[in-house]
Design a binder for this molecule. Sequence first.
Ligand SMILES: NC(=O)c1ccc[n+]([C@@H]2O[C@H](COP(=O)([O-])OP(=O)(O)OC[C@H]3O[C@@H](n4cnc5c(N)ncnc54)[C@H](O)[C@@H]3O)[C@@H](O)[C@H]2O)c1
Length: 415
Amino acid sequence: MRSGTAFTQGLRQAVDNGPVWTVEAVRQVRYHVVSSDGLFIPGNTALLTGCPDVPLGPGDRRLVVIDENVDALYGASVRAYFAHHAVDAEVVALRADETVKQWDAVSRVVDAMNGFGIDRRREPVIAIGGGVLTDIVGFAASLYRRGTPYIRIPTTLIGLVDAGVGVKTGVNYELGKNRLGTYAPATATFLDRSFLRSLDLRHISNGLAEILKMALIRSEDLFTLLESRGAAVRADRFQGTTRELASAADTIIAESIHLMLEELQPNLWESSLERCVDYGHTFSPTIEMHALPELLHGEAVVIDMALTTALATLRGDVSQAQADRVYAVIRALGLPLWNDVLDDPLLLENALRETVRHRDGQQRLPLPVGIGRHHFVNDVTPTELRDAARLLRTQAQESPFAASVGALVSAPVGA
Ligand SMILES: NC(=O)c1ccc[n+]([C@@H]2O[C@H](COP(=O)([O-])OP(=O)(O)OC[C@H]3O[C@@H](n4cnc5c(N)ncnc54)[C@H](O)[C@@H]3O)[C@@H](O)[C@H]2O)c1
């Protein structure tokens, strides 16, 4: 028997049934987020040489899985780009929305990988689409031959600032959102905000909700920028049609990604359950499921943030003036403050109970302190939740047309 560095601890321990071997190993994680506008303009070389870990050149083969809506809009330029650079790309279009984010979609991607005869050492799969598509492809790739590298090219705002930059993949199972999933970072994510030009404004707002989350808990500067330029950048779909809008769009995206990566990196596998990026995600899963299909994910998150802002106001951690600024920004970004499911006090209590279950028996609830800072609490009571919902209802009624998503959809909120 040979002892070596693989056995870092306790090769032999005295136990009744014989020896015990303990194996410890550390796996290095390294991935890149590369920003480049106009990725599929023939002269843009970001996809070829922009990331040294995944070089791409003439004669290489790639399997490209693309959201079918994105294919309809950009498929011709994607194919032309690869042909121009003599890359042998097989493009597979996949329907990818929340209703089909299920195991069947994973099997379709596995079939495509089998059919392509992928060389998992040298041929990363390329995923082009929103968070649904990149989550499905990432999940399939992470299972295929115990892990095949993949590259993400997100085409929605949620993809650019959230789904595309973390390490999680997954699909829904029955009613469980992302119930099946893995921690499997893409080798590289290429960010191209020019895709947002064709994105529905409601989906732009949906992504802005996650950006606002980072601002509320981590950066008053980012909040102030959203306050002054958020509505205009939204209406411009982050395209930077003036120099001022371009600078604001660049800063908003870069800053929120930077803050997100700063929070994710020390806790990639989520071993610490006190995660400030969980802000807005305590009550929202229950709100989202109960309000389906009315609310998008970011809309449920922002309602959770409005509720917890009201709660923090009652605790004296956020002043009324600060809360008013938060509510005004939520409205200006085309997001809802309220949904009638909040009228059910039991729903909020149950949501909190469910969260406690997922957070190992404690609330670990990130709550705002002023704007841009947070702390964690474990003592929120059902009465407090009821009071916060009552307070929020009053605030929401002050701006009737933006109070609920139903109203939002029919109202011209800066669109
Ligand atoms: N893995 C993670 O860490 C993580 C983080 C946040 C969210 N998510 C997941 O992301 C998903 C939501 O992602 P999403 O908001 O991107 O939704 P989505 O992928 O459903 O895309 C929204 C809609 O926009 C269409 N679309 C995509 N790009 C477009 C473009 N450029 N122009 C026009 N239409 C376009 C899509 O076909 C779809 O109909 C959820 O399933 C969520 O669980 C994952």
